[in-house]
Design a protein around this ligand. Structure first.
Ligand code: FAD
Length: 376
């Protein structure tokens, strides 16, 4: 049977995959998205803080920094253009005692280097006015940090992609990738186990937690390429308290693997604490209610007066990290695997935070790589 042919196959319909598909199709390329779940955005893209990051944390010059800063403004514009629910509520970044001040000062310097000029120090009376109840030795204010409805965002890009003739195949799990005649033959199975194949000139691997497996299917030696994914789980607890409404995000100092257990709001005004960082071997989303004590202690450092009873297990997400436990910073990898023996296979690996914010900027980089792959 002859295989259907597309300029580009995108594997995965999380925020990154749908953004890439839309971006590629807007330039006239034919695109099919293969997604093993029944809907778009069912994995990490709907298991996060829903925060639009300003771009304070990431080392200057890294892809995380540049794609976050660029992607953030594109994201705000997209929300305004399409009516996607969001709010630029701003964030306080808090040093809770003197020992944390050098870290906060370093973050301020980094923010400036990353071009996030809107970040500024808060006076004590401003801290009290913006976030009554927050205990801070010093605090930075980031007005361009915000929140977005991640489901609505994924859906908006999906609909735009469909307007540009992108074909979405759900319940379609990619099982093999074979280099053929300067392109790729992509095998996938549907929910009944029936197998199909499509031909393409370029494959975009936007498989999130499974991106490393896809690289292996494409023949990339992921060990040698340093593309092992470590799963780092983050739990969230809903916070109920009669302490008065929070109106802004409140973040402590970041840890090695995460941004610290922060207080975040959703668009309904509900307050969540999380995510913590726990490297796990197995993908699962259970939240251990016994962690309420730990969460209460972490939050109480900068928002005192809560008790463990104020914390109710809510949900969890898992970061696909290239950085293993106790290892140094690793950047996003978004590259053609040409030098790894897989030309035209665009790998996106380690797309953890700030991937939701950065998705549109990452999609522009993918467009360049796909064009080069197809033209070259
Ligand atoms: C706890 C936590 C908090 C976070 N908070 C934020 C935040 O506040 N702000 C922010 O900007 N970012 C945040 N992030 C990061 C952000 O959520 C991710 O970077 C982003 O959602 C990644 O999107 P994705 O499309 O790459 O992955 P996913 O959403 O996981 O999508 C990948 C898709 O690929 C599909 N797939 C996998 N394998 C196959 C296959 N073989 N065949 C077909 N389909 C396949 C999966 O089913 C899935 O739908 C957070 C992440 C976590 C875990």
């Amino acid at each position: 049977m002859s295989e259907l042919s597309f300029d580009c196959v995108v594997v995965g319909a999380g925020i990154v995959g749908v953004c890439c598909a839309r971006q590629l199709a807007e330039t006239g390329l034919s695109v099919v998205v293969l997604e093993r779940n029944a809907k778009a955005g069912m994995e990490t893209s709907s298991r996060n803080s829903g925060v639009i990051h300003a771009g304070l944390y990431y080392p200057p010059g890294s892809l995380k920094a540049s794609s976050c800063v660029d992607g953030r403004e594109r994201l705000y514009q997209r929300c305004l253009q399409l009516g996607i629910p969001h709010r630029a509520i701003g964030k306080l970044l808090v040093a809770s005692d003197a020992s944390e001040l050098p870290k906060l000062e370093a973050l301020h310097g980094r923010a400036i280097e990353n071009g996030v000029a809107s970040v500024r120090w808060l006076e004590r009376r401003e801290i009290t006015a913006l976030a009554p109840g927050v205990k801070a030795y010093a605090a930075l204010w980031s007005p361009r940090s915000g929140i977005v409805d991640a489901h609505a965002l994924v859906d908006a890009h999906r609909r735009l992609a469909i307007d540009h003739d992108v074909v979405f195949c759900f319940r379609s799990a990619v099982t093999a990738l074979d280099a053929r005649g300067g392109g790729w033959s992509v095998a996938f199975v549907d929910a009944d186990g029936t197998g199909y194949r499509v031909r393409t000139r370029a494959v975009v691997n936007a498989a999130g937690l499974h991106a490393t497996e896809l690289c292996t299917l494409a023949g990339v030696d992921t060990g040698r390429a340093g593309l092992q994914t470590h799963y780092c789980k983050g739990d969230y607890f809903a916070v109920s308290s009669n302490r008065g409404a929070l109106e802004h995000l409140v973040y402590p100092m970041p840890t090695d693997a995460g941004l610290g257990v922060h207080l975040t709001l959703n668009l309904a005004g509900e307050v969540y604490a999380g995510p913590d960082t726990e490297y796990v071997e197995r993908l699962h989303y259970d939240v251990d209610a016994r962690k309420a004590d730990l969460f209460c202690r972490a939050v109480s450092r900068y928002y005192p007066g809560l008790t463990p009873d104020d914390f109710r297990p809510a949900y969890a997400g898992i970061r696909p990290k290239l950085q293993g436990p106790s290892q140094p910073f690793r950047d996003f990898v978004v590259d053609d695997m040409r030098d790894r023996g897989a030309p035209g296979f665009i790998a996106m690996v380690g797309i953890e935070s700030p991937g939701l914010t950065a998705a549109e900027a990452l999609a522009l980089r993918v467009l360049q790589l796909v064009n080069t792959a197809i033209d070259g």
